[in-house]
Design a binder for this molecule. Structure first.
Ligand SMILES: CC(=O)N[C@H]1[C@@H](OP(=O)(O)O)O[C@H](CO)[C@@H](O)[C@@H]1O
Ligand SMILES: [Mg+2]
Length: 559
């Protein structure tokens, strides 16, 4: 396997119990900061990097146990804080099929991270072992990847110390995007089986994506380069490598914001989150030679999200900016895939999965074409719901998403007998798309190539794509409250059940505006409550959003 380095090839087979003195001795090197509490949430464990050392060491211990529980299947640990500022960091666990950690483990991770003494730490590990009936003599294998943050090196060392204390076989994947690590985990666990997901190496990842893309897109000289804002993060490194596998006459790129070693540059006034939140170009872009109609996209800090955008006029005018977010990508992908399935002459149910943050216009557009499911925020919910369809298209509005082809859909695509040359072409294209799309998790690079394939096939520019539907004006506000957990929701977070009475007040306010919708939920990643609002008339948006935010503050003060 061509992975960078294997830190400890020898498997230490543990006997009956935990090596408690070894763990305690290693733990002394990674003391937990006092008065800090950690939570394993939607994005794993994420906070300021300077207080994360003990947490990373402990996640190493848990990673080893998770792998032992799964009889030595390789699990992944990714060190990143995605779109957060550079001084933050975090760690996420990846399960053997390349998916997020099984949710039942999350509270145990939180407990281990918060144990305040070595005795408590050992006790919390023992709890995991007995709860999940883990055989400690089973082998353990863990692959660790990290993004470009300066704090990663030290935090990865802490993880490795945790893994070593439990004798886990440790693979250092090096600098990786989050989706590359998910890809590697799935490849390692399926290597040599009929379900093999690909070559378990970074080069294998580029080769798989590039080979699929080249099958789908003919040579063309008149498509302008795609301008890519890499958020000054690991996406810059990955894009530079991917480009080596894609001849310029098939697709050309203009990578921007690629300063991965400039202090403070990561995600600073650029990247997918900045562009989506502010609905404007990355800072400084307007000084570049940008043309109306040119295609732009932005990755986030760990390259698992992407948004597109374009200009309808001069870059200096804010009114020229048009966003093509996750909802627009979902609509583009769902439309194209449905047509291919019809052309291929096979029966497959395509469905879409969104969250409450999806623009109402996108939901209306999709519902006219396919079944649509709404789930709570967080990719694990969307991913799970998408598995219910033969082809499940899932995207969060912020650009995190992918397309899943069920095992039976993949079989049908492979084994169908085409009844016409057009059906044969459609089947071949579907087969290539199965390879082009990273089905383990949302992937900025893979999603970017998918969008490019569709635009090229349809001979569309961004304006034609944008023409599918018109977004309703919308806004997300953050409200800081004393206790965000007093806000409880139901119906996929679309309605509040607590504090009592607040939902009725919101309904009353929403009723005053045309085609309006608003909902309130506590953030899973930040200490705030989020207010979403949309309505048909742009000038009514601020009064609606601010009105709901005011209600939230008032009720929070009462509680
Ligand atoms: C409105 C919004 O964009 N929320 C984001 C954000 O979650 P919150 O629970 O809203 O903080 O971070 C999540 C993890 O990255 C992402 O899945 C989600 O879409
Ligand atoms: Mg991310």
């Amino acid at each position: 396997m061509a992975l960078p380095s294997t830190i400890q090839a020898a498997q230490a087979h543990l006997g009956e119990g935990l090596p408690t003195s070894l763990i305690a001795a290693a733990s002394q090197q990674h003391p937990k900061p006092i008065n800090q509490t950690f939570t394993y949430g939607t994005a794993g464990l994420r906070t300021r990097a300077d207080i994360l050392d003990s947490t990373c060491f402990r996640v190493g211990l848990i990673g080893a146990l998770r792998s032992k529980k799964l009889k030595g299947k390789t699990i992944g640990l990714m060190v990143t804080a995605s779109h957060n500022p550079e001084q933050d960091n975090g760690v996420k666990m990846v399960d053997p099929r390349g998916e997020m950690l099984e949710a039942t483990w999350e509270p145990f991770c939180t407990q281990v991270a918060n144990a305040s003494t070595d005795e408590e730490l050992i006790a919390s590990l023992e709890k995991i072992i007995s709860h999940f009936k883990i055989d400690l003599s089973a082998p353990a294998s863990v692959i660790v990847g990290y993004d470009t943050r300066p704090s990663c090196k030290q935090l990865v060392q802490a993880i490795i110390d945790g893994l070593s204390a439990l004798g886990a076989h440790t693979i250092d994947a090096g600098l990786k995007t989050t989706p590359q690590l998910h890809y590697l985990v799935k490849c390692i666990n399926t290597e040599g089986t009929p379900e093999s997901y690909g070559e378990p190496s970074e080069q294998g990842y580029y080769r798989k994506l590039a080979a699929a893309f080249l099958k789908l897109v003919p040579a063309s000289s008149d498509v302008p380069p795609l301008v890519v804002d890499c958020a000054n993060g690991v996406g810059a490194y990955a894009l530079t490598n991917l480009i080596k596998y894609l001849p310029e006459d098939r697709i050309a790129f203009r990578p921007m914001r690629t300063s991965t070693t400039t202090p403070g540059a990561l995600n600073n006034n650029c990247g997918a989150d900045y562009v989506k939140t502010n609905q404007c170009l990355p800072a400084g872009f307007e000084k570049e030679n940008l043309q109306p109609g040119e295609r732009f996209c932005s990755f986030d800090g760990d390259a698992d999200r992407i948004v597109y955008y374009y200009l309808t006029g001069p870059a200096s005018s804010k009114d020229s900016f048009r966003l093509l977010d996750g909802d627009k990508i979902a609509s583009l992908a769902a439309g194209y895939l449905s047509e291919l399935v019809t052309a291929a002459g096979i029966e497959l149910e395509l469905g879409c999965v969104q969250t409450a943050y999806a623009n109402g216009s996108s939901t209306k557009y999709l519902k006219q074409r396919a079944p649509v499911t709404c789930t709570p925020t967080g990719v694990k919910h969307l991913h799970h719901a998408a598995e219910a369809y033969d082809i499940g298209v899932y995207f969060e509005a912020n650009g995190h998403g992918t397309v899943l082809f069920s095992p039976s859909a993949q079989r049908k695509i492979k084994e169908a007998t085409p009844n016409s040359p057009a059906a044969q072409t459609a089947l071949e294209q579907l087969g290539a798309l199965v390879d082009l799309i990273n089905q383990t998790v949302g992937d900025a690079l893979s999603d970017m190539l998918l969008v490019e394939v569709i635009l090229r096939t349809r001979q569309w520019g961004p304006a034609e794509w944008d023409g599918a539907y018109e977004d309703l004006p919308n806004k997300i506000l953050k409200v800081n409250v004393k206790d965000r957990f007093m806000f409880k929701t139901e119906d996929a977070e679309r309605r509040l059940t607590s504090p009592p009475g607040l939902q009725e007040r919101i309904d009353e306010l929403v009723g005053k505006y045309k085609d309006a919708r608003s909902f309130v939920r506590p953030s899973g990643t930040e200490d705030c409550v989020r207010v979403y609002a949309e309505c048909a008339i742009a000038s009514e948006l601020a009064p609606l959003a601010n009105g709901v935010a005011k209600l939230v503050s008032d009720y929070a003060a009462l509680g």
